[in-house]
Design a protein around this ligand. Structure first.
Ligand code: HEM
Length: 233
């Protein structure tokens, strides 16, 4: 059984590790989007109650958060190391190549993985400072639901998305996340062994669908909240 440090020594090992960490990060995004969509539930307290339920998990939530941070950092670190080694060993203009990890298709999304990845990492740092630690808000808004006091995350999110600059910033980053996922999902499948040439177009389409669904799903939130505010909803 090869160790993680052995896996990091080879191109295929690094691609498998980015693939595995990428799959878990994508699953986090699916769960995060599903939770965020409770903002549009007919019950105006649904989002706060959902977040409160997570906070009440205490140590279980901390463990999940530590795993998430490790996944993010490992994915970023290995992704950067793949990019640096490829830069050192390959010519600039290649369109299709066969790496030890299987065939890899080059396009705008694949060539900008390092750029979109770094922007997403910076976004996540600012996003967590903003929404989890409320560092850019004058105070942590609180509310009482069913006699229980809890953080008013709905107000934090809505206040943020009444600001056109924040909405535009989120919109730009969500499009980049779509690009990153488009290539990332495909690449993860191939790195994890799905390299049968007949299945590649299907995998490529699946990657595109996952990317569009997540990107549009996240995009919808700031844009809808901003327009609702603008038109007095
Ligand atoms: C419009 C889209 C989004 C909204 C409204 C949103 C909202 C939130 C909120 C309110 C929190 C704080 C949760 C809490 O305190 O319990 C949070 C945490 C977080 N968000 Fe988002 N988010 C969005 C998109 C994203 C995206 C695209 C990513 C990743 C690329 C992301 C990554 C995270 C992470 C890592 C946390 C910290 C989770 C934790 O520590 O429990 N979010 N988000």
């Amino acid at each position: 059984m090869p160790s993680i440090s052995n896996a990091l020594q080879t191109t295929i090992g690094r691609k498998i590790l980015t693939g595995i960490t990428g799959v878990f990060l994508t699953l986090f995004l699916v769960a995060h989007l599903a939770g965020n969509l409770t903002l549009f539930s007919p019950d105006p307290d649904a989002f706060n109650l959902y977040a409160h339920f997570l906070h009440e998990l205490g140590p279980l939530l901390w463990i999940a958060e530590i795993i998430l941070v490790v996944l993010f950092l490992a994915h970023a670190y290995i992704g950067i190391s793949i990019y640096r080694r490829r830069k050192q060993s390959r010519p600039e203009n290649y369109n299709y190549y066969n790496s030890k990890g299987g065939p890899s298709k080059q396009n705008a999304a694949s060539k900008t993985m390092i750029f979109t990845g770094i922007i997403i990492l910076l976004f996540v740092i600012l996003h967590v400072m903003h929404f989890k630690y409320h560092l850019f808000s004058p105070e942590t808004y609180m509310t009482t639901i069913n006699g229980e006091e809890m953080v008013d995350l709905t107000r934090h999110v809505e206040t943020a998305f009444h600001n056109i600059w924040i909405v535009l910033g989120y919109t730009a980053v969500m499009v980049l996340i779509g690009f990153h996922l488009k290539h990332g999902v495909w690449s993860a499948f191939v790195s994890l062994g799905a390299s049968n040439p007949k299945r590649l177009p299907v995998i490529y389409t699946v990657g595109g669908i996952v990317a569009v669904l997540l990107s549009v799903g996240f995009l919808f939130i700031p844009i809808y909240i901003y327009l609702r505010h603008l038109f007095g909803g």
